[in-house]
Design a protein around this ligand. Structure first.
Ligand code: HEC
Ligand code: HEC
Length: 290
């Protein structure tokens, strides 16, 4: 170690005293701005440790005096969102479905809320957008089994259809004309021809004529004299091209011999009252609402 600090002749900067092959290492001090910035970051980190959660401990971590954590920040945001929603839900709760539809703002909110609830609860059976599928009616057309007014739709949703545990559920069952021997197989053949004739598709006019008599006696009470269906009994219109269980002769025959009966769950008590109203309004606005 040199005892006296040597200065570089050209720059005037002290040297470290190291020398290789005549080249000396200068001991240039760090720029002042850099040094102060460095101290400032150290100071900043200390302040941060005090204010915010930072150091791990054996089981936990230091909390910081501000009490900040991501979870409570998220909870605050959720609470704010819920509060904003609550204002709308209060208005929905206070209005009936007709009043909701009369208020454009409320209608827009209800349709969006109803759509979300429909996707979660109804689409598995009725399809996205209520498009329907075999055995599950379309809710987007104007062909209604039980009625397409706001009141009809709400009743259907609240109490379901043939849903045993709801005493106010919609109920009606077509007799098993074949399985219970109410009609002979030949008579069933005739009435199938008559049903086909209602949509202009009978292949045997004579049989259809015989079938008409049977229809008037056995079927008209529910499906109507003209076969256009009746909402009091949930009996479908047999004169159109829309079939719940299929419109082929074998499918019609199967329904007469051993009828299928669709079950729709009741949503009262399962969905919140506000949600039932919103989903009612949503279905009513799918296109077939009356
Ligand atoms: C488990 C299947 C299933 C689910 C889930 C379901 N439905 Fe249904 N829904 C049916 C069936 C089956 C029918 C037809 C019943 C019949 O044959 O009369 C029906 C009928 C209806 C009708 C009457 C249609 C008409 O033509 O009169 C409405 C309205 C309806 N559903 C709305 C809904 C809504 C809204 C939801 C969700 C909250 C829902 N459904 C969930 C099976 C379901
Ligand atoms: C007590 C009332 C009642 C009587 C009587 C009745 N039906 Fe029905 N029928 C219904 C109901 C209700 C349905 C719908 C079942 C469902 O929604 O699941 C239905 C469905 C049908 C269907 C299926 C329609 C489709 O869209 O797929 C056919 C076909 C039919 N009935 C024919 C007849 C014929 C023919 C007779 C007489 C021999 C008859 N029904 C007597 C109530 C009745």
């Amino acid at each position: 170690m040199p005892t006296k600090i040597e200065k570089d002749a050209v720059t005037g900067t002290p040297t470290t005293g190291h020398e290789w092959d005549g080249i000396k290492e200068l001991d240039t001090p760090l720029p002042k701005w850099w040094v102060y910035l460095f101290y400032a970051t150290i100071l900043w980190s200390v302040v941060w440790w005090v204010l915010y959660p930072s150091w791990p401990t054996l089981r936990d971590h230091t909390r910081g005096i501000l009490g900040h954590d991501q979870r409570s920040a998220l909870e605050q945001q959720l609470a704010a969102a819920r509060a904003a929603q609550a204002r709308w839900l209060e208005r929905i709760a206070a209005a009936d479905t007709a009043a909701i539809e009369a208020d454009p703002e409320l209608l827009a909110y209800a349709v969006r809320g109803g759509e979300a609830a429909f996707k979660d609860n109804c689409a598995p059976c009725h399809g996205l957008g209520g498009a329907g599928q075999l055995s599950y009616p379309s809710l987007a057309d104007d062909d209604w089994l039980w009625g397409g007014s706001l009141g009809d739709i709400e009743t259907t949703i609240r109490h379901g259809i043939r849903y045993a545990s709801d005493p106010e559920t919609r109920e009606s069952r077509m007799p098993a004309f074949g399985a219970e021997g109410l009609l002979e197989p030949a008579q069933i053949g005739d009435v199938v021809q008559y049903v086909l004739s209602l949509s202009g598709r009978a292949s045997d006019a004579e049989a259809a004529g015989r079938g008409q008599t049977i229809f008037v006696e056995q079927c008209a009470a529910c499906h109507g004299e003209d076969g256009r269906g009746m909402r009091e009994t949930g009996a479908p219109n047999l004169t159109d091209a829309i079939w719940l269980y299929g419109g082929e002769p074998e499918q019609i025959r199967a329904q007469i011999e051993r009828p299928r009966h669709g079950v729709m769950p009741a949503w009262s008590g399962r969905l919140k009252d506000e949600v039932i109203k919103m989903v009612t309004v949503y279905v009513h606005n799918l296109g077939g609402g009356e």
